[in-house]
Design a protein around this ligand. Structure first.
Ligand SMILES: [Zn+2]
Ligand SMILES: [Zn+2]
Length: 155
């Protein structure tokens, strides 16, 4: 995979009032099967992490504080989900469905695979991480950034 190519991705919510622009050199999608993400997105949350991004448009975004560690945003007009934000390191993961992604985009990993619903299968061609492993990683990042360790925190 080449790293020289830069992608400028432009996405939008269902009504178009909120736009998201992302710059990235690699389009990697992570899928979360945890109960919260399933409730939030209908099945599993397919997210695109990006460090360089801009929120555009005239639309109002509404923020829901879904856990001690995270916020989830949606368009106040149409209700389309926009992003998950991990507060300790201010990491944004945008809904992959906001963008018209090129064919080279790929699912990089799937987390909380052991928390998936029974009525679908996890796509086999990607790294798979259990909920316990994923929480361990996030606890480690949170602790490194001075957030209190919370064994019971949800994702
Ligand atoms: Zn909207
Ligand atoms: Zn999740």
């Amino acid at each position: 995979m080449t790293k020289e190519k830069r992608y400028g991705l432009v996405g939008k919510c269902l009504c178009g009032a909120v736009g998201v622009e992302v710059e990235t050199d690699q389009i990697t999608i992570s899928v979360c099967h945890c109960e919260m993400c399933r409730r939030w997105s209908g099945m599993a949350f397919a997210g695109l992490a990006a460090n360089e991004y801009a929120v555009t448009g005239s639309g109002e975004t509404a923020i829901y504080r879904s856990s001690e560690w995270a916020e989830r945003a949606f368009c106040a007009n149409c209700g389309a989900n926009l992003w998950y934000r991990f507060l300790p390191d201010d990491r944004y993961v945008f809904m992959a469905g906001l963008f018209d992604l090129p064919a080279e985009a790929e699912i990089h990993e799937q987390i909380f695979v052991d928390h998936k619903a029974d009525w679908y299968e996890v796509h086999p061609l990607s790294r798979q991480v259990t909920g316990e492993e994923a929480m361990k990683d996030e606890r480690r990042s949170a602790a490194r950034l001075g957030w209190p360790g919370n064994e019971t925190a949800s994702y």
